[in-house]
Design a protein around this ligand. Structure first.
Ligand code: ATP
Ligand code: MN
Length: 481
């Protein structure tokens, strides 16, 4: 059997006259007087290849089975195309129908479907231009992440997915257990006895690999994790999933400034990689976003196209301001004075909501913003306490259209300070013994951050809803596929 050629390879490397075997799915079929045109796509590129069939060349029953969604194996010869829209096409010498797709039942038509509808048929949505483009860009970004860190000498660490520490966001965790939910073993107090459970203790799915990442950085200097994280937060927003992927670099000997520098460098490098390596898909997504924008009222339309936005981020420095500076800007802002914010900004120490973040990024600075030195009381226990006694060395990177894309900090490396914070917050100290102990043996200043991968892919592809940048989204009430 002749070797299969992927359409991407065909378009890049093959010339007129070459014999090829193609395999893929039918996008459209158009019957002319003397010839039939079949548009075939195999997912290797957003582009289709046009297959030309002479009338009467194949049995009618075969031709009838060639409908949108059917899979084919086509042998043929590359010829110069006479039609507009493509340079080359393939004249078929042989066609095999691998799998039919009953047109009465196949839900995808060669027209635009709503993203909401496509979410209901997540098993088929990779067959659409939009999702195949998003998934290819997503792949390229995964590769770019590893490439970036590898070139810098960071070591990739697999942190555990099942965790026994309940330090972070305990309320938002998914429990992992093998106990029988109908009759779990009980202890003397009548509560579920997790000593009897698989791991001999309560365990959950991880919300972050950071704590374990810090242990590895305390030996390997510069590490990163890139794995799934789970948060049982019951928030139905366009930016939250219950299962998402996060990359978390953790670096010994980095202070907060080094941390911000790395986050900015990483984001710019990933975008640059995408602009250079995903041109066809980004051009398609750019057009898609423009079309979508046209449906909106004038004042909601974006000033820049998707590709312009990406270029803008790679070409400009991020704005860096302290929480206190951000607070002052927000307190004196028009929407705050006119009481347009749902959450008013009146007292130093309030947490910044997504409406505030978006005001700063989209209206005030009109570029990505890094806010650092946050009030201690709205940030996690492990963040390094500043001299002022009120703030910690935290930093969030905010992006247009997304809000928070990175959350990070310099970590508290001083044992006593960390312990007193743990006690102050009533955190279960025993379950964190190893995390505390690393501060006793060769402790070093260190920093790290978490970059939500799907939020980044949203920015990269211009997709508004985070459900549309992950193949099988997990959200409250939804785990069908
Ligand atoms: P948010 O305030 O938006 O919920 P967070 O403060 O909970 O974010 P972190 O705990 O700092 O976020 O997590 C690091 C990064 O992970 C965030 O900057 C974001 O990019 C991403 N992230 C957090 N929660 C989710 C989620 N539920 N779904 C997808 N990405 C998320
Ligand atoms: Mn959150």
């Amino acid at each position: 059997m002749a070797q299969r050629t992927k359409i991407l390879t065909l378009l890049r490397e093959k010339s007129v006259g070459a014999q090829v075997v193609l395999m893929g799915w039918v996008r459209t079929k158009r019957e002319g007087k003397n010839v039939t045109f079949i548009n075939l796509n195999d997912g290797s590129t957003i582009k289709n290849i046009q297959i030309v069939v002479e009338s009467g060349q194949f049995e009618d029953s075969l031709m009838a089975g060639i409908t949108t969604g059917a899979s084919l194996r086509v042998s043929g010869t590359i010829i110069q195309s006479e039609g507009a829209g493509q340079d080359i096409e393939v004249t078929a010498s042989q066609i095999e129908l691998l799998g039919a797709a009953d047109p009465e039942q196949f839900p995808l038509q060669p027209k635009r479907h709503s993203l909401e509808f496509l979410r209901e048929i997540a098993h088929l949505r990779p067959r659409t231009n939009t999702f195949s483009a998003v998934l290819r860009v997503r792949h390229a970004m995964i590769f770019a992440v590893h490439d970036f860190f590898n070139k810098k000498g960071f070591v990739n660490i697999h942190t555990p997915i099942i965790t026994g520490s309940d330090a972070e966001g305990a309320g938002e965790m998914f429990r992992v257990t093998t106990l029988d939910p109908k009759s779990p073993p009980l202890n003397e107090d009548g509560e579920v006895d997790y000593k009897e459970d698989f791991f001999g203790k309560e365990t959950n799915l991880t919300v972050s690999g950071q704590l374990e990442g810090e242990l590895a950085a305390s030996a390997l200097s510069e590490i990163y994790t890139f794995g799934p994280t789970f948060r049982a937060e019951n928030s139905n927003t366009t930016r939250h999933l219950a299962e998402f992927w996060m990359m978390e670099p953790e670096m010994a000997f980095y202070d907060l400034n080094d941390n911000m520098d790395l986050a900015e460098e990483l984001l710019k490098a990933l975008i640059k990689y995408g602009l250079e390596n995903c041109q066809d898909d980004l051009e398609f997504l750019n057009k898609r976003a423009l079309d979508e924008d046209k449906q909106k009222p004038q004042h909601e339309r974006s000033e820049l196209s998707l590709i312009e936005k990406l270029q803008f981020v790679t070409d400009n420095d991020f704005e860096r301001i302290t929480y206190t500076e951000a607070f002052d800007i927000l307190r004196n802002s028009k929407p705050n004075k006119k009481k347009k914010f749902q959450f008013p900004v009146d007292e130093w120490g309030v947490d910044l909501q997504s409406e505030h973040e978006r005001f700063l990024v989209e209206k005030h600075f009109k570029k990505p913003v890094i806010i650092y030195d946050y009030p201690a009381k709205i940030k996690a226990f492990y963040m390094r306490q500043n001299e002022d006694g009120k703030t910690v060395g935290a930093m969030d990177v905010l992006f247009p259209g997304i809000g928070e894309i990175v959350g990070g900090s310099q970590r508290e490396e001083r044992y006593d300070k960390l312990l007193s914070r743990v006690k102050e917050l009533g955190i279960h100290e025993e379950s964190l013994w190893w995390y505390l102990e690393i501060r006793k043996f060769g402790s070093v200043p260190h920093s790290g951050f978490g970059l939500g991968f799907e939020r980044f892919v949203q920015f990269m592809t211009g997709m508004n809803n985070i459900r549309d940048v992950i193949p099988f989204p997990r959200t409250p009430g939804s785990a069908e596929f």
